[in-house]
Design a protein around this ligand. Structure first.
Ligand SMILES: *Cc1c(COP(=O)(O)O)cnc(C)c1O
Length: 434
């Protein structure tokens, strides 16, 4: 599959090159040259497959430089989870899509695990070591560290904003024992952390024996692996009705995946990314307005982001440029739920249904219940235990079962860095060379 740059149509790359060039140089983001379209007959065939075989058939469409046998083995190794995606009935033909069953209880695991295995594959094939960079607003870090902890030939550097992620998210990142993991806590918010990581990339020299890679949400392989669960759920549960997906969104990676799943021909209605008090994405979508606000700290730290990079990628794509934003408004809607309403809803769902959801999932659910909706799916992106301290402030006596507890008492490994770039980059260079 070929991809071209959103700024320069003539800058064409294969998947395997795009995969290794995911920190945009000169703001170059890539997009599929031609989106594959699925025929009805193929849809009927896909309907019968299990998740593993389904993901094989779809991912094949987007990749190159890897044999079918190798790809299948990577997916086979990655998907031995019992239930990868689980659709739960709500009411009125509405559903909750649980994507939080992975080892670190986030939807990100579903893409991160195969990503680590694919990188391992390329590393053995090309005889190169991997230096992996991860900027995280919470869940990417735990998912990436956990996925890469056993990958030989890879070192992972994970950066998160100091005091801006939940205590449990931090513990999940910092208590994994593996000497290929390096954690950096940066004083500043997520936008700043992400900016630092881009700068680090520019300051580390290319070495022909090493691949530098970033596993942030603009990574195409992550987008592809995420797209598969929307394809899977929509085709298995459609019964001739199109499903809308309501997705708590930060960098718009998950929502972009849903959009592509629709574009390649799966029975999907509206895609409704949802934000909170940091509603920059909502402004982009509804008013085509780019504003620079100051980030507010909310109960949903994983989506406290002001520049949704994947949305920028989408609207800059050439064929959208002509008619700009109106063109995608047939597919992409938007909603926002304010922090105080999220807090009220957490309490409401507990009182009314005896259920505790994570605050990000509550955003999607609140949006769904706002109107008398039908055939809508609220997407659950995380698990309440990760935000237990915030939830306990709302419902003090709550107990949530978890097997994460064992990690609560382990020693944490991380270093705190101020915004002095030179000190940071020197530390990273030292760790790359040990
Ligand atoms: C990462 C994350 C999101 C946002 O996903 P994007 O792809 O960046 O939009 C939403 N909820 C949770 C819990 C997350 O960890």
């Amino acid at each position: 599959m070929y991809y071209n740059s959103i700024n320069n149509k003539l800058n064409i790359k294969k998947f395997s090159d795009v995969f290794f060039s995911n920190i945009p140089k000169n703001k170059t983001l890539f997009f599929p040259f031609k989106i594959p379209i699925i025929k009805n007959k193929f849809l009927n065939y896909l309907k019968k497959l299990n998740y593993l075989n389904f993901s094989f058939e779809i991912s094949k469409l987007f990749l190159d430089n890897i044999s079918e046998e190798d790809l299948y083995n990577i997916l086979y190794e990655s998907y031995n989870l019992k239930e990868i995606v689980k659709l739960e009935d709500l009411n009125n033909n509405n559903y909750l899509l649980n994507l939080n069953n992975g080892p670190t209880l986030t939807f990100k695991d579903i893409a991160m695990i195969p990503l680590s295995n694919l990188l391992n594959f390329f590393s053995l094939k090309n005889k190169k070591k991997n230096i992996v960079f991860c900027a995280t607003s919470g869940d990417t870090g735990s998912s990436a560290n956990n996925s890469f902890k056993n990958i030989k030939n890879s070192k992972i550097f994970t950066f998160y904003p100091f005091n801006m992620i939940s205590n449990i998210q931090r513990k999940q990142i910092t208590t994994l024992k593996s000497n290929n993991i390096f954690n950096y806590s940066i004083i500043g918010n997520f936008d700043f952390t992400q900016f630092f990581v881009k700068k680090i990339f520019e300051n580390i020299k290319n070495d022909k024996n090493v691949s530098l890679i970033s596993v942030n949400s603009i990574n195409w392989f992550r987008i592809i692996m995420q797209l598969i669960y929307y394809c899977y759920v929509s085709v298995k549960n459609s019964n001739d009705k199109k499903l809308d997906f309501i997705i708590p969104s930060g960098n718009f990676g998950n929502a972009l995946s849903a959009f592509l799943a629709k574009k390649i021909g799966f029975p999907i209605g509206k895609i409704i990314p949802c934000t909170n008090d940091n509603f920059y994405l909502d402004n982009y979508i509804k008013n085509n307005k780019i504003e620079n606000f100051i980030l507010k700290k909310t109960i949903c730290p994983s989506i406290d982001i002001s520049i949704p990079s994947n949305f920028v990628r989408l609207i800059n794509k050439n064929f959208f440029k002509k008619k700009t934003i109106n063109n995608i408004n047939n597919d992409i809607y938007s909603d926002k739920i304010y922090n105080k309403n999220i807090i009220n809803s957490i309490e409401y769902f507990y009182q009314k249904f005896n259920k505790i959801y994570d605050p990000h999932t509550v955003i999607a659910l609140s949006s769904l219940f706002k109107e008398n909706s039908k055939n809508q799916v609220a997407v659950s992106t995380s698990y309440p235990i990760k935000f237990i301290f915030s939830i306990k402030k709302i419902i003090p006596n709550i107990k949530i079962k978890t097997n994460l507890k064992s990690s609560f008492f382990l020693k944490e490994k991380y270093k705190i860095f101020s915004q002095n770039f030179l000190v940071l980059i020197n530390s990273i260079k030292r760790n790359i060379n040990v």
